[in-house]
Design a protein around this ligand. Structure first.
Ligand code: KIV
Ligand code: ZN
Length: 512
């Protein structure tokens, strides 16, 4: 019988560490629900000790998710571990993931600890964690650049203390497939109690080899857990991408001979949700989830696919969630059809009131746009577009004037703590004028580090989806807004980013 490959998703932890990808508690909860529908085995929900916001997100996910194991990252110290255990209390199945760096460079320069001190701290942390939770994962950070003999000593010791999963990170994305696979195999062969733990791979994508390295860790090294993120989200060049590793193992079952628990039909919805929430756009030629992944433009390919699909297709688009009929609803569609479509898209609304609000927005949009696509619906119900009363700023209305040869003027009405205010400004263009109109009253002083516009469904009739990335006092946040009018979409995105700057105020650096 084929063995199982455990899929450990770290979009909400390592993915979120990417500058600008920080998410609110509610956004994380929504993504966690989609990961549960995707049937990932383990969800790393955050790093509970890093901030109150992260603690609350891990706690909320631990309470809401029933089918996946919920994990919190934790540095190798009692305080972090206790905080993780506290956040995970009440979870159906909980895991603590504790880590400490083991490479000479990290031990000497970052931790300023001797190898023996690191070994002692690793042992003591796993022992402490094991008394709180039965399922313990240990990671030697920068493991791939660690000395083999020392790493063997550390990993043997933490397994003896009760670590149930050993994860070997290529923290800086330095590995190449064959060497990484052999590294894992050597560790498993040399460590006497290695069979007492499940071996896991965690690869970063700095040289574009995270998926290849992870697959080699599985095939050559015998790892049975892969750590990955939706869309490969993550610091720098990101992590191993979930959709790619899952579809590689599934499509090449003849080679890998491993079972997966994943419902691959939920992949596309997960990809879109993560992209819309973070504002990290998926490139069109991205494997599996890119807009062109299943599009056949050349005549020869089209002809072949029409005659027999497998001439040019190794996977079925439907198997990863692409649907053929993309036009879904219009002006005459009723509330039930809308509600059904939300369910099909995997969108869970908290209450009938929320469905009514979303339906009213849908009707408003349908009055302005004749064809409504799945992407429009997802944008409509994304957290950024449904203003929540708890947020400080909310969009109300906007007017602007621009004419060739004249400086554009904009006037924006928005709410600050529920009270309507009215800002006015000129600017280099209508978008610039609108954002300056908001800033003239808010005076956040935030620096804009990214502004991007994307046509949600590809034509000039479509909604524009705007991402604004703001930086203030070391914090970086993304706001996303959508509307058929890109100036309005820009103002919504800007206000959403300002709201997030407030809600991430207490976050501390994720790694120590
Ligand atoms: O890349 C890394 O080393 C990590 C660890 C904390 C597991 O993310
Ligand atoms: Zn990592």
């Amino acid at each position: 019988m084929a063995e199982k490959l455990i899929i450990f998703d770290t979009t909400l932890r390592d993915g979120e560490q990417s500058p600008g990808a920080s998410m609110t508690r509610d956004e994380k909860l929504r993504i966690a629900r989609q990961l549960e529908r995707l049937k990932v085995d383990v969800i790393e929900a955050g790093f509970a000790a890093s901030s109150n916001g992260d603690f609350e997100a891990v706690q909320a996910i631990a309470h809401a998710i029933k089918d996946s194991t919920i994990c919190s990252l934790s540095r190798a110290n009692d305080r972090d571990i206790s905080r993780a255990a506290e956040a995970l209390r009440g979870a159906n199945s909980a895991r603590i993931h504790t880590f400490i760096a083991t490479s000479p460079l990290h031990m000497e320069k970052k931790l300023r600890m001797s190898p023996d001190q690191v070994l002692e701290q690793a042992k003591q942390s796993v022992r402490f964690a094991r008394n709180l939770v039965g399922d313990i994962e240990f990671s030697p950070e920068d493991g791939y650049r660690s000395e083999m003999d020392f790493l063997c000593r550390v990993l043997e010791a933490v397994i003896a203390e009760g670590a149930t999963t050993i994860n070997v990170p290529d923290t800086v994305g330095y590995a190449v497939p064959e060497l990484y696979g052999e590294f894992i195999r050597t560790l498993r062969e040399r460590i006497p109690n290695s069979d007492k733990a499940i071996w896991s791979v965690h690869c970063h994508n700095d040289l574009g080899m995270a998926v290849a390295n992870s697959l080699a860790g599985v095939k050559i090294g015998g790892a049975r857990q892969v750590e990955c993120t939706i869309n490969g989200l993550g610091e720098r060049a990101g992590n191993c991408s979930l959709e790619e590793i899952v579809m590689a193992v599934k499509t090449r079952k003849d080679y890998f001979n491993l079972e997966l628990g994943i419902d691959t039909r939920q992949i596309l919805a997960a990809s879109r949700m993560v992209s819309q929430t973070t504002g990290f756009v998926v490139q069109p030629n991205k494997a599996v989830v890119g807009a062109n992944a299943f599009a056949h433009a050349s005549g020869i390919h089209q002809d072949g696919v029409l005659k027999a699909r497998d001439t040019y297709e190794i996977m079925r688009a439907e198997d990863v969630g692409w649907t053929a009929n993309k036009i879904i609803l219009g002006k005459l569609s009723g509330r039930n059809a809308f509600k059904q479509r939300l369910q099909d898209l995997g969108v869970e609304m908290q209450s009938e009131g929320d469905i009514n609000t979303a339906f009213a927005k849908f009707k408003e949009l349908a009055d302005r746009k004749s064809e409504i696509f799945d992407e429009d619906i997802l944008a409509l119900v994304s957290e950024d577009n449904i203003h929540n009363d708890k947020e400080q700023f909310g969009f109300v209305s906007l007017s602007q004037h621009s004419e060739t040869g004249e400086r554009p003027q904009a006037s924006v009405v928005f709410t600050v703590d529920g009270k309507e205010v009215h800002g006015q400004s000129d600017g280099n263009g209508p978008v610039d004028a609108s954002l300056k109109a908001i800033e003239s009253l808010v005076k956040s002083g935030a620096e804009m580090v990214l502004y991007s516009v994307n046509a949600i469904s590809g034509s000039t009739e479509s909604q524009g989806e705007v991402t604004v990335r703001l930086q203030n006092s070391g914090r970086v946040v993304n706001g996303v807004g959508s509307d058929p009018d890109i100036v309005v979409a820009s103002a919504k995105a800007y206000l959403s980013a300002l709201n997030k700057l407030q809600s991430t105020a207490d976050r501390v650096a994720a790694q120590g």
